[in-house]
Design a protein around this ligand. Structure first.
Ligand code: SF4
Ligand code: SF4
Length: 308
């Protein structure tokens, strides 16, 4: 550890806080040895369903130096999205992360500002920003950097703030001080496994993505298989059950990012309103939202599946 590296590390972490990130952890950019067999096993068991893109770039996914030339550090960042208000209880459910403006835009913007800050304050540093993008194993990097542990539901979680946050990375060619992983605090708890409506958590730490409601309502382009009829627990976009039941999420605190606030009408809507939703209302309540990625046709397909 040299003093200049420590100074740069401190500067970056302080700036990430100023930009509104919950926390920042840093790892050396290197091959993710522990992840390789896990990812291979998961793909071989076809737990990615139709998410074929998961099979691509296997090497790049495990080794950031293959993704970004000359990279030295992976800077992982968390951004809280836990809302202060939730939907009407008489409504079909929408995952909390999708209430407001699409996080890809919000976070990309913050990452750009962070990279610009690094370039202004430190010098000629180059790198790339990633937000929930297929080639980076963001949970593994965040865990390696001490931002939390990967729970039995396969999300990253922390004792202090639970798990309702986005994970993003800057991969840069600057040597920094590196953080160490934290310990696992799931203990004997099995709340997420027991509560999963589709039994997608097939064993602790292994989620069969092809059974997960998030996959069924967002990723799957075909019709939702009839085996899941009456099992998707009124979720019309994503699913928060395994996070909602997690005891560590009692420590979640509301975010302070105005762009993540939902359109006021969205929280009021009841099942009846969703059943009758028009494309105009869709465009209004989901203006700039990640829900637009499924398009009006995708959301109405999901609603129809719940209703019929
Ligand atoms: S998101 Fe929902 S369906 Fe997917 S593993 Fe968690 S509880 Fe199960
Ligand atoms: S619900 Fe329990 S087992 Fe699941 S992630 Fe939270 S602490 Fe771990």
């Amino acid at each position: 550890m040299n003093s200049q590296t420590s100074k740069y590390t401190k500067l970056i972490k302080e700036e990430s806080k100023r930009l509104g990130f919950l926390s920042c952890g840093i790892s050396r950019a290197e091959f993710l040895e522990a992840e390789a067999p896990r990812l291979e096993k998961w793909l071989n068991a076809n737990m990615h369903g139709e998410m074929r893109y998961m099979e691509n770039h296997f090497d790049k996914r495990l080794d950031p130096t293959k993704l970004v030339d000359g990279s030295k550090s992976v800077v992982s960042l968390l951004l809280n999205y836990f809302p202060s208000q939730t939907q009407n209880t008489e409504s079909y459910k929408l995952s909390k992360y999708a209430y407001g403006t699409d996080y890809h835009f919000v976070i990309k913007d913050k990452l750009k500002q962070l990279l610009q800050f690094i370039q202004d304050e430190i010098g000629e540093v180059s790198g790339r920003a990633f937000v929930d993008s297929a080639p980076v194993l963001d949970k593994a990097w965040a865990a390696k950097s001490g931002l939390g542990w990967i729970g039995k539901h396969s999300n990253l979680l922390t004792q202090k703030v639970g798990s309702f946050y986005f994970i993003a990375e800057l991969i840069i060619d600057l040597e920094l001080d590196y953080d160490s992983p934290t310990t696992d605090h799931c203990g004997s708890c099995t709340a997420c496994i027991d509560a999963c409506p589709t039994e997608a958590i097939v064993k602790p730490y292994v989620v069969d993505g092809s059974k997960c409601i998030s996959y069924l309502t967002i990723e799957l382009k075909d019709n939702i298989p009839s085996d899941f009829k009456n099992k998707t627990d009124d979720w019309m976009f994503g699913c928060d059950v395994c996070q909602d039941v997690c005891p560590w999420n009692r420590f979640s605190k509301p975010h302070n990012e105005p762009l993540f606030n939902p359109h006021p009408e969205l929280l009021e809507m009841t099942k009846k309103d969703w059943d009758e939703i028009t494309e105009d209302t869709f465009k209004k309540v989901f203006k700039k939202s990640a829900v637009k990625r499924t398009k009006f046709s995708g959301l109405t397909r999901n609603i129809k599946f719940l209703k019929d």
